[in-house]
Design a protein around this ligand. Structure first.
Ligand code: SF4
Length: 726
């Protein structure tokens, strides 16, 4: 029997709409027995994928979306619980055995070390229902405060800056289609032409009008896209985005481009910001960032002119946010937008581009260390009382704030740290900063349980691996980069042995005799989420499955009885006085090559220092645990390659395709070189989708932004030298 379902892509936050059609309605027979870590690729997909018309993607999909169904019958799919034996080999066990083992491990850790010895690491790919239930499960069933998720590595700086300035954090506080008619768009640190290609259609209007301005140390595909229309590409030194933004604000103020009425009526903090940018005149900023002073002036002028005509938008992405000063950098971008009167204007705005599929919803429902559902602060007594009443438990049963992701990972195996860890929708052995240290931490755990559908590098280290459903096999909701809630629909019968995380949490809660209830039905969980979110910043109380199934646009906040909020801030910001807060921020000293000793490089004489930036490729998603298993994607990008400028390569005798060692005090990567004039000559680039010897996160620093907990992914000092093939 043919079945089909309208749903959304399993990967990024654009959540492109697609229709899945199955000729049989069944997933093919799964492969039983031990599952190798070795990568294999799938036979033909059991589902046909068609792009579906939707405001964000208008029928378009990228290569990842078109091939997304290929994972559904992958021969490496895990379909039985697997227990690692003393010989290191995973062997199938029954679900009852697996759940009993997990419950016993939790009880042991709690008895020996206390409740906070149990930790949970979640993911921005979980549906809203799972993210909500995971936060509740961790705090009530496991009794731990130690839950955080990989969104800490993704959106946390922009989220913190949004909360600071606007009192609320919604990635795009306006529908994506609003960009279509913008005269000017300043895009900082985002390469959407590769990471979410259907997005580019929303930039074409500004591009054709000469109003697309891209800030990126590399001439990325998005930066190259500016060229045809006469747009601008600003190519600053890595780590100087904040300085550049201060320079832009300086020009806006000193050329009288400020929207003074807006600043007076809708913001606070102007004077302090004006003083803080006074010394960042364009020629000085040029000397610090490498961006010509004329380009800085021209950018500020185009933004101001755009705001007066078709509208101006400022958008930030991970390139400027994944820094130890990421919150301040995003704040500087917001300050600039407020000086120009953009946020809340009918045709202008500021936004940040959420990356993971449910990166937005994933940070609203309680899987963050410091939050409860509805984007509530866990330290707020009123928030605790509300959520406790929905959960039917005393307030004091809800633990206080836990550890942000990097600190949680640093605590693994420590006496006062996490000894028993549950991992959901994350491949932390590859995707975390200072990955070698994380791997050591995982090895030192008393018990590691991973829920996944593939034997990811993290799952391969686990004592217990539990097979879960893939996207096309489950129901639920996700929230896209616009804050719009979408339905994920089931198109396939899952393999017999796989289970939903909701089912797993429900069964474990029974074994742990947990307070409250844990439904395994997504719609029932969503109904509870509605109640828990009511009155919070991210209020979903007016949203239900029926309206989502009708295709109604559901932008939060959507209190019961309202019609939702496609555009935020039209009347007021979310602070008590209704004003946006401008906060003065200043650059901090950055690391230099002298801070990066050569201790672990055997023969350093021929090594040269570079700044490493990490990022994404069109063909891969996150740690690559899924996309490295898709034949077409792997064939197109089979390995990590270090991008380096030809002049820098020639100076070291590095040729196209030859091997290089990229090293610092944290580790070493060995991979091929890719020569490109798209990158600055003192900078190298590595994608982070690959494991082991090619794992870029062996080199990234686990220092974090003091406000958001964001690690330093985009500014690391490394030493590069040519080496023989490994
Ligand atoms: Fe999927 Fe993102 Fe590609 Fe759209 S842009 S098809 S959501 S990966």
């Amino acid at each position: 029997m043919t079945t089909s379902a309208d749903t959304h892509c399993p990967y990024c936050a654009l959540q492109c709409a697609m229709t899945l059609t199955s000729p049989t309605g069944q997933a093919p027979a799964a492969q039983p027995g031990p599952v190798p870590v070795t990568l294999t690729t799938a036979p033909a997909a059991p589902l046909e994928v068609q792009g579906r018309d939707f405001p964000t993607n208008r029928g378009g999909l990228c290569r990842k979306g078109w091939t997304s169904a290929n994972l559904l019958n992958h021969p490496g799919r895990i379909t039985e619980p697997l227990l690692k034996g003393p010989d290191g080999i995973h062997r199938p066990i029954s679900w009852d055995q697996a759940l009993d083992l997990a419950a016993t491990a939790v009880k042991d850790a709690r008895t020996r070390y206390g409740a906070d010895a149990v930790g949970v690491f979640g993911g921005g790919g979980l549906t809203n229902e799972k993210a909500y239930q995971l936060g509740k499960f961790a705090r009530l069933a496991l009794g731990t405060s130690r839950i955080d998720y990989n969104g800490r590595f993704c959106m946390s700086s922009a989220a913190a800056a949004g909360m600071r300035a606007f009192g609320v954090d919604r990635g795009l506080p306006f529908p994506l289609e609003a960009l279509d008619t913008a005269g000017t768009i300043l895009m900082l640190g985002s390469n959407v032409a590769e990471t979410m290609p259907p997005f580019v259609q929303h930039l074409k209007g500004a591009r054709d009008a000469g109003g697309l301005i891209v800030v990126d140390p590399r001439r990325s595909a998005t930066a190259a896209f500016t060229a045809d229309g006469g747009g601008l590409h600003l190519q600053p030194l890595p780590g100087t985005d904040l300085t550049l933004l201060l320079g832009l604000s300086h020009v806006v103020i000193h050329e009288n481009l400020v929207d003074t009425a807006y600043v007076r009526e809708r913001t606070s903090g102007y004077s302090a910001v004006a003083r803080s940018v006074a010394s960042f005149w364009p020629e000085r900023v040029q000397s610090l960032t490498g961006v010509p002073a004329d380009l800085i002036r021209e950018t500020a002028r185009r933004l101001a002119a755009g705001a007066r005509k078709g509208g101006s938008y400022i958008l930030t992405g991970r390139g400027v946010e994944q820094h130890v000063d990421g919150t301040d950098t995003a704040t500087a971008a917001i300050n600039l937008s407020l000086l120009l009167g953009l946020p809340g204007s009918a045709r202008s705005g500021y936004g940040t581009l959420t990356g993971q599929g449910n990166g937005q919803g994933g940070r609203e429902h309680g899987q963050k260390a410091d939050q409860l559902p509805g984007y509530r602060k866990i330290t707020d007594p009123a928030a605790r009382a509300h959520v406790a009443s929905v959960w039917g438990v005393p307030e004091d049963l809800i633990p206080g704030p836990g550890l942000p992701a990097v600190q949680l990972l640093k605590s693994l195996g420590k006496d006062d740290g996490v000894r028993c860890l549950f991992v959901h929708a994350s491949n932390i052995a590859v995707a975390s900063p200072d990955a070698n240290a994380v791997i050591e931490g995982l090895r030192s755990l008393d018990f590691l349980m991973v829920c996944d559908f593939f034997m990811s590098e993290t799952a391969a280290m686990a004592d217990l691996v539990l097979p879960v459903l893939q996207w096309a096999e489950e129901e639920g909701t996700l929230t896209n980069l616009e804050g719009r809630v979408l339905r994920r629909r089931r198109a396939l019968t899952p393999p017999a042995g796989a289970r939903s995380e909701l089912w797993i949490m429900a069964r474990l809660a029974e074994r742990l005799e947990a307070p409250s209830t844990y439904s395994e039905d997504p719609e029932t969980v969503f109904e509870e989420l509605r109640l828990a979110s009511a009155g919070g910043l991210a209020d979903y109380s007016g949203i239900d499955y029926a309206m989502l199934d009708r295709g109604d646009a559901a932008y939060w906040p959507y209190p019961a009885g309202s019609t939702g909020t496609p555009r935020l801030f039209s009347e007021r910001f979310a602070h008590a006085d209704g004003k946006a807060v401008m906060t003065p921020v200043l650059p901090r000293r950055r690391r230099t090559p002298a801070d990066s000793p050569l201790a672990n490089i055997a023969d350093a004489a021929d090594a040269k220092p570079f700044t490493l930036i990490t990022g994404r490729l069109l063909e891969h998603y996150q740690s690559g645990a899924q996309t490295r298993r898709v034949a077409a994607l792997l064939a197109a990008q089979p390995e990590a390659r270090m991008q380096i400028h030809p002049a820098a390569a020639a100076a070291m005798g590095v040729a196209e395709g030859s091997f290089v060692s990229v090293a610092n005090e944290r580790g070493e990567v060995v991979c091929r070189a890719e020569l490109s004039t798209a990158i600055r000559s003192e900078t190298v680039f590595l994608p982070f989708h690959f494991p082991e010897l090619e794992s870029a996160n062996r080199l990234t620093e686990a220092a974090t932004d003091p406000i958001s907990g964001m690690p330093e992914f985009k500014f690391n000092k490394v030493w590069v030298r040519p080496v023989a093939a490994p």
